[in-house]
Each structure stands twice: as structure tokens, then as C-alpha cells.
Design a protein around this ligand. Structure first.
Ligand SMILES: C[S@@+](CC[C@H](N)C(=O)[O-])C[C@H]1O[C@@H](n2cnc3c(N)ncnc32)[C@H](O)[C@@H]1O
Length: 415
């Protein structure tokens, strides 16, 4: 019966209490939240060498309580023995890792996911990073459930967040950032220039060079910006988001487009079979010439254009939503398609390289890295998203879950 419990129940008991809890109050609250029978807490059995009769359930609750204390999630209430409270109560029902608390949540043969603030996670990392692929919280005026940073603080926020990663970036390593183009000036249909400020700050403060801006074209985006396009009608509906690619050393950059070649079109294949383009001519002012030997050497594939045309439908997003539902957790509201991280990883790294995501959400970056034989490290500040991640990663080789996060979902128990 005590298997149904996890750290989450104990933390939730403190969140619901919105104040201090004695141990007896904690036991009752956890039992109720976990749907345990009222006498379950009092069932005892012989425990340890001394064979003392104790309640295994209470012992397990205290063990989770100890873990939360060690992580700094709980703090002692002054002057009241055995009474603890949440160190940082959360709002919106999401459990945010407080302060510099980090917990190794789960791992696979290739990667580790850590529940905690990215700065706390990455500032002690002593390992060369080859690529960072991430999508930070956008400076939205209407906040996401997981919280967003205000526009005027955003450039400082992103530079400070990336600083520990850039310090560890291997020569020629890359940072790929998916951000929003759709932040508007207050009460105007004109766009904020925060992206331009970000590019300058990453260059001037962190020494990153801009390699490219990839428009991620997603024509299946819902109509918006609602006010400026659908109500006021002064704007067009948005069909793309920018993805920025930076490196710390453009002369040593590890990119290689041969790793992302696409199949030739049928038309081009036919042209190759005919021996190439034999026309000899020139167009316009002569800048574009055909010399009679165009495309006469067969190649392995087509070099991709620097535009990512990817709808947001992604089977991993569907799996993530289903996993969250199964676990009774909120679905992540802002996932990118795994294909986006996959492209960056294949193009910018080699097998065995280290890829990180400091704002990992459901950890699409880790998933893509795992499938392409790259090592990975992911941080995520919200416990519920980390738990959804763990559910998605259980299929990968060497999966280990911190017992403090274990939940017996129907899938895992087979019941
Ligand atoms: C836009 S979402 C990323 C979604 C992700 N790319 C995916 O496809 O699932 C940003 C994420 O960053 C997390 N986050 C925000 N601040 C953080 C911090 N200081 N440290 C770690 N994660 C943070 C949020 O909880 C949220 O899940």
C-alpha cells in the first residue's frame, strides 16, 4: 500500500496546509491525498534488526519529509519541535524547486534530468558542452502557468541563465534558442525589439557570434495575435517563430550539413541521371551563369534550406499529454516539436557529444539526444513537468528514477 506514496504527496500536503504541519497532521493529510484507508497508518509490522513494531507508511512519509528537508524544500518552524513548513510556497498549483535546491530526478545511459533552477544546476558543471538547445519562457504579458519574466528584465534573465553554459561551451559549440517574435509594444500593433536586444547582449556580454536565424514556419498555428490580427485587423496571422543559432567560435564551429542532407527531389534525381544541366547561358547582368556542367557530379542529398517547416503536431507531444493525464498532472502548455531539437543536434554535434537544455519542459531536447546517441543534461524547475519527463524516458536504456519521485501509475505496475 505504501508504494502508492511518493515525495509529491508529501510536498502537496505542505502546499495544501499553507502553513506549518505537525507530523500527525502530515500523516493524515498524506493518507487522504493518496486515498489510503483510514486504518492504513496504524498498521504496524516488525522493522529493522530490533524487530520493533512500527508503521511502514509513517516511516515512508518521514523518509520523504527528510528528503524534502535535505533539499531545502521544507524549513523548521522556530520554537516548535517536529513542525515543518514549505520554505517557498508556490502559486498556480505548480511545485517549483526553491532557491538553489537540485535533485537528480532520473537518468538514462546517456543523460540526466535535474529538478532545479538552471543556474544552480549548471554553475557547477565541469564538463565541455557541445550544444545547448532550448526554448526559454517568453516575456509574455499573459503569464504561462510556469511563470514568465517581464520584458524589461528578459535580456538580463537570458544572459544570466546562459552564462554558466557558455562558460563550459567547447570551442565551436553552439547555442540554439527558440524565442517568440510576437511580443508587442504596450497597446500598439508594433513588435517589441527585445529579440534584437537579446542578440546584441549575447554577442557583447557573452561573446557569442550569430550564425543564423532560422524561421520555424508553422502554418498550423492557431490564428493570432488575437487582438491585432483578428479584432483590430491591422496585423497578419502569425505563421512562424524565430530560432537563433549562435556559436562561441565561428572558425571552429562543429556544424556539418552532410549530417542533415535531405533526399533529392525526383526532378533533381532525373537531372543527375541525364548527366546534369548542360545548358550554357547567363541571366540578367551575368551574375548567374550556367556553364554546361551544372549538377554533373552525383551528391548524397540536398543541403537543407535555412527555413524549418515543421507543424507543431508531434507524436512526443501527444505522448507527453497522455502521460501527464495518466499521472493526474497538468499538461505542458508550450512544447516544441522534437524534430526541431533533432535537426539542431544532428547538424551541430557528433555522436557522444554533450547536449543540454536549461529550460527543458518535457525534455524534447533530451529525447532527441537520446535517439541520436548524444549525451544530455536537462534542468526543469517545475516538479510536475519533471515527473512527466520521467514517464516518457522510462523506455530508454539504463533508465533510473529517483525513488523520491516514484509513482505507481497503472502503466508501470501493470495493474
Ligand atoms: C517554453 S518551456 C520549454 C518547453 C520545452 N522546449 C518542451 O518542448 O517541452 C520553458 C520551461 O522552462 C522552465 N523554467 C522556467 N524557469 C526555469 C529555471 N529558472 N530553471 C529551469 N527551468 C525553468 C519552465 O517551467 C518551462 O517548463
Amino acid at each position: 500500500m505504501s508504494n502508492q506514496l511518493d515525495l509529491f504527496h508529501v510536498q502537496r500536503a505542505y502546499s495544501l496546509a499553507q502553513g506549518p504541519l505537525s507530523n500527525d497532521q502530515l500523516y493524515q493529510s498524506v493518507a487522504e491525498a493518496a486515498g489510503l484507508a483510514s486504518d492504513a497508518l496504524n498498521q504496524r509490522c516488525e522493522i529493522g534488526r530490533a524487530k520493533a513494531k512500527r508503521s511502514p507508511l509513517k516511516r515512508k512519509i518521514r523518509w520523504y519529509q527528510q528528503t524534502l528537508k535535505a533539499m531545502g524544500v521544507l524549513r523548521k518552524v522556530e520554537g516548535r519541535r517536529g513542525v515543518w513548513e514549505l520554505a517557498e510556497p508556490t502559486d498556480k498549483g505548480l511545485h517549483q524547486a526553491p532557491g538553489r535546491v537540485c535533485l537528480l530526478a532520473y537518468s538514462t545511459r546517456l543523460g540526466v534530468a535535474i529538478w532545479g533552477d538552471n543556474n544552480a544546476v549548471f554553475s557547477h558543471l565541469d564538463e565541455p558542452i557541445h550544444l545547448c538547445v532550448t526554448s526559454p519562457p517568453y516575456p509574455l504579458r499573459i503569464q504561462r502557468r510556469y511563470g514568465n519574466v517581464a520584458e524589461h528584465e528578459w535580456v538580463d534573465f537570458i544572459t544570466q541563465s546562459l552564462e554558466p553554459i557558455v562558460k563550459q561551451l567547447a570551442p565551436g559549440g553552439s547555442v540554439v534558442l527558440n524565442v517568440s517574435n510576437d511580443i508587442f509594444e504596450v497597446k500598439k500593433p508594433s513588435r517589441s525589439l527585445y529579440i534584437e536586444r537579446m542578440v546584441l547582449a549575447l554577442h557583447d556580454r557573452l561573446g557569442l557570434s550569430l550564425m543564423d536565424r532560422w524561421p520555424w514556419v508553422n502554418l498550423s498555428k492557431p490564428p493570432g495575435p488575437t487582438h491585432w490580427a483578428c479584432v483590430n485587423r491591422q496585423q497578419l496571422c502569425v505563421g512562424w517563430e524565430p530560432v537563433f543559432w549562435f556559436t562561441n567560435d565561428p572558425l571552429k564551429v562543429r556544424s556539418d550539413n552532410r549530417r542533415v542532407l535531405e533526399p533529392h527531389t525526383d526532378r533533381h534525381r532525373r537531372l543527375l541521371e541525364q548527366g546534369g544541366d548542360t545548358r550554357v547561358t547567363h541571366y540578367g547582368d551575368g551574375a548567374h551563369r550556367l556553364r554546361g556542367n551544372g549538377f554533373d557530379t552525383p551528391t548524397d542529398g540536398r543541403i537543407p534550406k535555412n527555413v524549418m517547416i515543421k507543424g507543431h503536431r508531434c507524436s512526443d507531444s501527444l505522448r507527453a499529454r497522455a502521460a501527464a493525464k495518466r499521472l493526474g498532472l497538468p499538461a505542458h502548455p508550450a512544447m516544441f516539436p522534437t524534430a526541431l531539437a533533432e535537426f539542431a543536434i544532428r547538424f551541430l554535434t557528433r555522436e557522444g557529444d554533450l547536449v543540454v537544455d536549461l529550460f527543458s519542459g518535457v525534455n524534447k531536447t533530451g529525447m532527441a539526444a537520446e535517439r541520436h546517441g548524444r549525451r544530455w543534461i536537462a534542468s526543469e524547475i517545475i516538479l510536475q513537468y519533471i515527473k512527466t519527463q520521467a514517464e516518457l524516458f522510462s523506455q530508454f536504456e539504463g533508465f533510473w528514477l529517483n525513488p523520491a519521485l516514484a509513482v505507481d501509475s497503472p502503466d508501470r505496475t501493470g495493474s
